[in-house]
Design a binder for this molecule. Sequence first.
Ligand SMILES: *Cc1c(COP(=O)(O)O)cnc(C)c1O
Length: 381
Amino acid sequence: MIPFLDLKKINEPYETAFQEKLKLVLNNGWYILGKEVETFEKAFAKYCKADYCIGVGNGFDALVLVFKGYIELGKLQKGDEVIVPANTYIASILAILRADLVPVLVEPKLETYNINPDLIQEKITPKTKAILAVHLYGQLAEMDKINKIALENNLLVVEDAAQSHGAVGGNSNILKSQIPNDKDDQKSKIYNLKSAIAYSFYPGKNLGCLGDGGAVVTNDTALAKVIFSLRNYGSEQKYHNEYIGVNSRLDELQAGFLNLKLPNLDSDNNKRRKIAKRYLSEIKNDKIILPFWDFLENHVFHLFVIRTENREALQQYLTDNQIQTIIHYPIPPHQQKAFKDWNKLSFPITEKIHNEVLSLPISPVLTHDEVSFIIRILNQY
Ligand SMILES: *Cc1c(COP(=O)(O)O)cnc(C)c1O
């Protein structure tokens, strides 16, 4: 069986280094917010060409703490509306709700699976205060258009980058964004939106640790300061509490593991892109719709998601041929039991995506022969 994702194989090369890291942390005798977390925060901020990285407990908390941080700063208020794609992973929506804000769902584009910027304006009301852009499956959302809408409507922009570590592109606020020299041009205005970006280091993500982990990356000094405090009971100085915070700290040991894996993130992503290129050029079957990619660095292929009309039949066929696939995701958020109030709403594009998508194996450890086999079996379908 070709597994969908072989995490054991992904982490195997680090085994000795992981054990040495454990020894180091044991020897230090410092287990919470120590040197490893500090080192990782510096390294990941640098990798992102951003000013701040705040390590937190997981990706969900990273999103919640961004929103709560903006509330503490008076930039958001309870009950404000946040635009979010209707087909995102449930965590994006739950995070908005957890911060006492109101998610407003917007349809994605069928081709990119990312939010359709042309449909945002019509959902903006006087209560709309932010857009949560999600870079689904590893491909950056259309940040230039999203930032323009945000600028025109005075909205905050938050990015859910839980699936897109290392994706680079255009006017995105994300990783390695170019700081424009001309302070007056449109680009620099967009840059000065100083948005906040949330990452998850859940084991299966492109940069994953051996447990839960997450981070917020931002250039906003005030926001960073609040989140550093909020993640640790709202206290910067021990036993002095400025905010009603939470306990959501990036674990020292997990940070140690991430320090070992971060240097390989770009090469791992390139291995994923290479496989994606092969899938895109070699899979030739009218029954299969391949994902859109313009071959830029704006996609890190967290997932390779195809569409097909009779998805269950294709999945069964692949299982019969020893190829494991997964559906991301089978039920759209608005049809989940948890969101009863939304169950009657209609999002046809979102529903079509959820009915037709199937994720093929893709990872830095998938071999050339395995990819060839998957392509051959798909072409015979
Ligand atoms: C994984 C994920 C999250 C949540 O991350 P956790 O670390 O599991 O809390 C949020 N948004 C998206 C799009 C994700 O894929």
